[in-house]
Each structure stands twice: as structure tokens, then as C-alpha cells.
Write a protein that binds this ligand. Sequence first.
Ligand code: ZN
Length: 598
Amino acid sequence: MLSFFTATATNAQNFVPPTQLHLTYPPLQHTTTSDRLFFIGTAPKDGQVSINGKVVSRTTAGHFAPSLPLQIGENIFQIKYSNPTSDRNSDKEITVKVVRESRITLPPKGIGFIENSLFPVVNIAKQPNERICFEAIATPNAKVLARIGDLEIPLLPRRRNIQLPPNSSVLTGNNEAIAESPSGYFRGCATFETPSQLGQPEYEMRLGDRLVKQKAQGSVEILSPKKLQIAEVTATADARTGASTDFSRITPLPQGVKALVTGKQGEWLRLDYGGWVRERFVKVSDTDTQPRSLVRGISTRTVIDKVDPHNIWTEIVIPLECNVPISISQSDRTFTLTLYNVTAQTDTIAIVPESIINKVEWLQSDSDKVTYTISLKPKQQWGYKVRYQGTNLIVSLKHPPVLSTANREIQPLNGLKILLDAGHGGNEDLGSRGPTGYPEKDVTLIVSKLLREELQNRGAKVVMTRTDDIDLDLAPRIAKIEQEEPAISVSLHYNALPDNGDAMNTSGIGTFWYNPQSQDLAKFIHNYVAQKLQRREYGVYWNNLALVRSTVTPAVLLELGFMINPDEFEWIIEPQQQKLLAKTLADGITEWMMNAAN
Ligand SMILES: [Zn+2]
């Protein structure tokens, strides 16, 4: 599953199917903002399961997964199993308390402000004349203003607020913006010309003869164009479109990149090219100039990988005066590299014939930015790496794997390195769980091992991130992919849904990819498994998941079915079906590889 909910640890290593009423989800005390919630569980086939007195439908195996509506506030659910025909006293009851919270912050009940609603919550720094909007949630109908420096900024009530759905709404089919009329939301904007430390804004609200004053937690600074600060990236830095992890990732900045700091928000710095990075990934120092560079000739070379001589790379070498920020995008047969804070003097480009590059075109699209569009010979891209060596930018593009022609009929994947990553593991990370409580981590390991065997039989060299029931974070899994640089990387998972999903009626295989080089593999395996095994399709999704972000290889994450769907769960745990699935996956991978690598 993706990270919708954190599974609570049970003694899954001694897993026994429940012999009485068992509730997998939700936990006995649960808090959510969803307007409905599914109940996943099982009970002996004979007899009845009811929730708050209403009998729920169950599969022939006895599993249930109904979705029930939630009121704002506390909801109590009595889940009851009874078997009138049994003379044993088998009745069992489970009580669940679910608190549904409002998605939006409600205004204070008394007179005053909502703590943490006063902007800014953390210290911020902006350029002179950048617009800054001050916001507060206060008692409706009050008169609200913010005082900062020598300015008094009136805040007006917002009549309409558009509430964006969370990203996960894409997966439950409720992806629409909702217009709400919140009461108590106030906003007013201003600009500041003079560089200075303005301190914390003080908010003031009047209602009748009552006056309440409160300072925001963060302060506002206007940066001086005369006192420049430079940030140098000390370890590959995640860059984002804004100052929190809620904002999208953009191309990570390689170690050594230098750029001016143009804004600050809490622990985040905005760099001159537009991206935001965390303070801890950079070293900040004073400077008197912006780091800029000319770009002249570009050369290429091919290198054989020192770690794995099977891997050959085309390297593009771009000498620069300093390590400027970059971004990368890929599409069919093109690899596009953008350099910021540069001016092109590019007149000569050399492409070695044994490289995978067809041609390089460039464009100075504005005074600060040059884009190099690299057309490639192979129809499939197999991975890339970017680094600074001194002030030379080196971009490495992986060549297609060479499939051995020997023994091709029996071992078509001869010599090819494939990485398999069995999702979750250990006592802390069970993944999602089926109606009986059976954990995702067990079935991902079983199917990964079956798939390993199938791929090895076809000649592949298979590397696994785990072969036992161990705790394994995302970081070591990603490190393994980066270190092994396999021909492809496949992560195996089984799915669940956010609280507002429909567990009874959602099923099928889902496939996730991130870098465009992985899309064709994702689509092919997805369609192959769905067609050959006649499985329903949940869909192929672009998704920013850690295990598919690595750039050194095409990487896909498969969600091979829904643990929480009572019918699909039976298919998921059936040993014969697991074998058939592993064989089908291996056939699909082989067919894609034979086609893509040639
Ligand atoms: Zn999972």
C-alpha cells in the first residue's frame, strides 16, 4: 500500500486465521477527516455480523468491508457477531470509537484568535516589494488588523474559500475542489520597500467593546539587495516548489551547487532560480556577487562502469565557471537539461559516435536560462546520473543493456540484473492487512521470492532488497537501487485505500511510476498482468513515491491487488495464484525487455 494509514503492529509472525469475530480496520479508537469509513474484518462463515444492529453482507469466506457514514464529532460503532444455530456461546462484540474532525479549522468559540492561524507561523524573509499576505482566523464579524513596522493592515473577511482535495483523492475518485464559506477567515496584503527586520506582526481584533491583541509566532524580514547570501549545497538536496514537504519535488540539486538566497521560511531557503531547499542541505555565507557562468563547448565520451562492467554510460561534459542550479526533464527519446544563471557561448558540440546521443540542440530561453535538448538513439531510456566534478557538470546516460545471444531460447534474460523490492517487513511495518489480519509484508515477500525464481530460470541475476521478514526503511532500499544500478527495479506491494475509499467495490492491479523512463515498463507490465490473468485494472499512475524516484534505472511499483477487498484478498493469498502471478510477471518483464533492449 501507499502511505494512507500506519498499520498497527500485531503478532503477525505467529499468524493464525481468526476463529471468531476479527476487525482489521479501523483500530478501536480512530480519528479521521473523512465523511465515511470502511470496516474490514472477518468472522466464521455461519452466523451474522451486524454493525449498529444492521446486518452487513459478507463474502462466502466470511469477510466484510462495508463503508459507513460518519457524523462530525464522535461516532460509536458496535460490531457484533452472532450465530443462533450454534449451541456454543460464540457471540462477540467489538466497540469502535471514531472521531471525525472538520477538514477546515473552525473559528474560535469565544472572542479571540485561533492559535497558529496568525501569519507567519515561522520566521520569513522576502525581497523588497514582494507582496506579503497576513492571515488570521478570528471570531466572525470582528474587525481585524495586523500591525507591522509602521504599517497598519486591515484584514477583510474571506467570503469564499476554495478547499483543494488532498492528492489521495485521485485514488478514490472524489477529486474536486469544494467552495466553502468559512466564517472567521481574514486576510490583508501589503508590500515593504525598505530592507529591515520588521519583527512579529501584532494582530488586533475588535468586537463591540472587546479588544484582543496577539502576536504571530514568526517574524518578517525584508532582505537587503546589498547584503547578499549564497547557499552551497553540501549533500544532494531535495528541491521543492515551496517551503514545506507538501510542495512538489523538482530536480534535486547535486552537491556543490551555489545560488543566491532570495527568501526564507522557517528552515527552508528560496534560491535565485526558484527552487526551495532545506537549510540543513546547504552552507550559507555572505557574498557580493551572484554565482553566474558562461557555457561554451560541450563534449561527450563513453565510459564503462567501474562497479558493473555490464553498464556503459555516455557522459556529457559541460565546463562551467561555477556550479549553477540545474533541472532535468525526460520525454520520448529526449533528455532535457536546463542550466540556470548562465549565458550561452556554445559554438561547438562534439558527439562521439559510440554514444547513445543523436544530437544536442540548445536554446537561451531567457537571459538567465539555457536549455539543452538531447535527442537519443535508443527508444527506451535506461537511467541517468548528474554530478559536479570541480566546476564541470557531468551528466551520465546509461546505455541499453546488452542481452546475451547465447542460449536465448531458454535464458532470454541471460546476465541481466533485475532488482526486486518486497514491500514493508518486520514487526513495525506490516503494510496493509486483509480481512483476517494477514499482512501485506508476508505476501510481498512470498511473491518476490517466486518471481526471483522465475527470473533466475530465465537467466537474470536477481538482487533483492530483503529476503526475510526484517524491518527495512525506504532509505536502504533506495540506496540498494542506486548502488546496484540494475537494468530495472520492481517494487511489489498490495493495496489499501484512504478512509473514504470503497473497499467492497475497489479492486485490481495498480502500477506507479515517476521518471518518464519508467512509464513504458509500468504500462506494459500492468497491461500484461491484467490481460493474461484477467485481473481488474485499478490504473497506471504517475506518483511521487520514493521507490520509483531513483533515476539510475526504470523503476516501477506494483500494487498487485487490494488486501482490503474481501474477494480480491482470497485471490491474493491463494498459493497457486501466487505462483501463476509470479510466472506471468516474469513473462511480462521478459517480453518488455526483449523488445525495449533491442
Ligand atoms: Zn505496500
